[in-house]
Design a protein around this ligand. Structure first.
Ligand code: PEP
Ligand code: MN
Length: 277
């Protein structure tokens, strides 16, 4: 495998800090990106934004959705982008959404503060070059079965095209058929990536597990493993969600979890002596 250059620790020793609106990701306090899997209506995204604004740093919500089945809800498209942007402005949070194709990059970038490349598009090199050639920060999710080396090379495409503002997201990988989790969270990816690259690394325990009740333990594990933040799906009525309801936290649960994660993060910083390092 060809080795990476621009994303490597050898190229840059200091942690990259990625700036999204007023929010800084990397080398500091954990950052929380939260919101529904899909923007479903103006009311839905606005209500969720209002309920989590005190805990979340960045509001998420999909408008162009990469659904496994063509018969599943595909997202509201540009209308969804409009609702997401308005909800973010209303509560004062920057917003992130997925862009699925090269042709839609300019449109999506007009509405949001950060562009998400989904797991299914991690190796869409034309799309990576396109988001690399524009200025909005990029959230790059690990492919469903991508190695760490392939993940880093995908990030390298974006940096090589000129955009240094990239956040990596571990979101679980395919291992073997398992009725208990949707994917397998590769927690080892966090310290390995932090060692190999200066880019910030976050974890998405929603897509990694598929179950809301596994979010809390894996979110804690991710912070303990050194993640720079988390992406968590939050829905005000998970049982009625048009996508990913079973892996979405209710807003009050998310808010309580953030309190605990902040306490855990403070504890780690103040009490651990760096044993084993
Ligand atoms: C998402 O964040 O809603 C999503 C589709 O994630 P992934 O690309 O990791 O499956
Ligand atoms: Mn989702």
């Amino acid at each position: 495998m060809e080795s990476v250059r621009l994303v490597s620790r050898e190229y840059q020793a200091n942690d990259t800090v990625v700036t999204v609106g007023q929010v800084h990701i990397g080398g500091g306090q954990p950052v929380y990106l939260a919101g529904p899997c899909s923007v479903e209506s103006e009311k839905q995204i606005t209500e969720i934004a209002e309920l989590i604004q005190g805990s979340a740093h960045i509001l998420r919500g999909g408008a162009f959705k990469p659904r496994t089945s063509p018969y599943s809800f595909q997202g509201l498209g540009e209308e969804g982008l409009r609702f997401l942007k308005a909800a973010g402005e209303r509560v004062g949070l920057p917003v992130v959404t997925e862009v699925m194709s090269e042709e839609e990059v300019d449109l999506v970038a007009d509405y949001v503060d950060m562009l998400q490349i989904g797991a299914r598009n991690m190796q869409n090199y034309a799309l990576l070059k396109k988001v690399g050639a524009q200025e909005k920060p990029v959230l790059l999710k690990r492919g469903l079965a991508a190695t760490i080396g392939e993940f880093l090379l995908s990030a390298e495409y974006i940096l090589a095209a000129g955009n240094k503002q990239v956040v990596l997201c571990e979101r679980g990988i395919r291992t073997f058929s398992n009725s208990y989790t949707r994917n397998t969270l590769d927690i080892s990816a966090v310290p390995i990536l932090k060692h190999l690259t200066h880019l910030p690394v976050i974890v998405d325990p929603s897509h990694a597990t598929g179950s809301w009740d596994l979010i809390e333990p894996l979110a804690k594990a991710s912070i303990a493993a050194g993640a720079d933040g988390l992406m968590i799906e939050v829905h005000n009525h998970p049982s009625e969600a048009l996508s990913d309801g079973p892996q979405s936290l209710k807003p009050e649960k998310f808010n309580a979890l953030v309190q605990d994660l902040n306490a855990l993060s403070r504890f780690l910083v103040e009490n651990l002596k760096g044993g084993g390092k």
